[in-house]
Design a protein around this ligand. Structure first.
Ligand SMILES: Nc1ncnc2c1ncn2[C@@H]1O[C@H](COP(=O)(O)OP(=O)(O)O)[C@@H](O)[C@H]1O
Ligand SMILES: Cc1ncsc1CCOP(=O)(O)O
Ligand SMILES: [Mg+2]
Length: 274
């Protein structure tokens, strides 16, 4: 596949025509943003994370996100229960290993998720993806710091290690499989100034993966669409902003209005030689 195979019009139509129910087991820092952006893409959010119910909810869902941003001991087990239910019922599974590499606990939990579960799409920032690949990484709390000149190689290594399509977020997002990598040239620096843009990207990937058959096509479409919404928010198309808080509102409005903005990603997705 080349980047020119990606059509946002058909991807967004697939979402609106299927209205995918996505269950997110996620952190309490950004859970409301994750729920709202699911709706704004055209999906239906549910945030079931109780051990007594989660397997039943995932079994009736069309997609599942596991985000380990504030994972507790019970939350760890519930994420495995949810992920196993997704695997058992063929529900596409997205994992966001928030903060992996920052502490031994986060590294252990992330390793357990990618080892014990069949993950369709794995999304993280440069530091998190590099940490899972086993490369040098500096993750301070949940933020990626430092330089990652070989992030495309790390992303392919991570894809080979996990069997997932990998999305490494940063100034330029990388989408990689075990064999190839793409650069997605969309987005805006303001997106890095809002807590939750990584978490919201994770559920965006889950919505598109739920609506589309091919996880690579879904990951490329979702990543490109997400960045375009960030650009439209920054250029005033959805209202002026005066700082990161008002930018976040404009960004959510851009997601909700993207389909009507006739988004075009021609030339924005580049298959790279690694
Ligand atoms: N400097 C930047 N330029 C363009 N897009 C960015 C920039 N920083 C972050 N983004 C975008 O913001 C989203 C979240 O990325 P990131 O901040 O790396 O995730 P996290 O919040 O998990 O650390 C991604 O879509 C990414 O492409
Ligand atoms: C700050 C923080 N702490 C635990 S989860 C979380 C939110 C992380 O959101 P994102 O990964 O989108 O920056
Ligand atoms: Mg993140």
């Amino acid at each position: 596949m080349t980047g020119s195979d990606v059509s946002l019009e058909s991807a967004l139509s697939a979402v609106s025509e299927t209205t995918p129910l996505v269950n997110s087991v996620t952190n309490e820092v950004t859970v409301n943003d994750v729920a709202n952006i699911t709706l704004h893409w055209g999906g239906l959010p549910v945030m079931s994370d109780d051990e007594r119910e989660v397997a039943d909810m995932v079994a009736i869902a069309d997609g599942c996100l596991l985000n380990m941003g504030t994972v507790s001991a019970t939350g760890e087990e519930t994420m495995l229960t949810a992920g196993e239910a997704a695997n058992d019922t063929g529900v596409p599974l997205v994992v966001d290993p928030v903060g992996v590499g920052a502490t031994p606990t986060r590294t252990r939990v992330a390793d357990r998720l990618v080892t014990d579960l069949d993950v369709d799409v794995l999304n993280g920032n440069y530091g998190e993806i590099s940490a899972i690949a086993g490369d040098d990484a500096e993750v301070r709390g949940v933020e990626s710091v430092g330089e990652y000149g070989d992030i495309a190689v790390s992303s392919i290594v991570c894809a080979r290690k996990t069997g997932a399509v990998v999305v490494a977020s940063g100034e330029t997002d990388i989408v990689a499989t075990d064999e190839e990598a793409f650069e997605v040239h969309t987005g805006h620096p303001m997106m890095g100034n809002v807590v939750g843009t990584g978490c919201m990207q994770g559920v965006t990937l889950a919505v598109f993966a739920a609506a589309m058959d091919d996880p690579l096509q879904a990951a490329l479409s979702a990543t490109a669409a997400y960045g375009l919404a960030g650009e439209l928010a920054a250029d005033g198309s959805f209202g002026a902003y005066h700082g990161p808080a008002s930018y976040k509102i404009a960004f959510l409005d851009a997601v909700a209005g993207l389909a009507d903005a006739a988004p075009d990603v021609t030339g924005r997705i580049e298959r790279i030689e690694v």
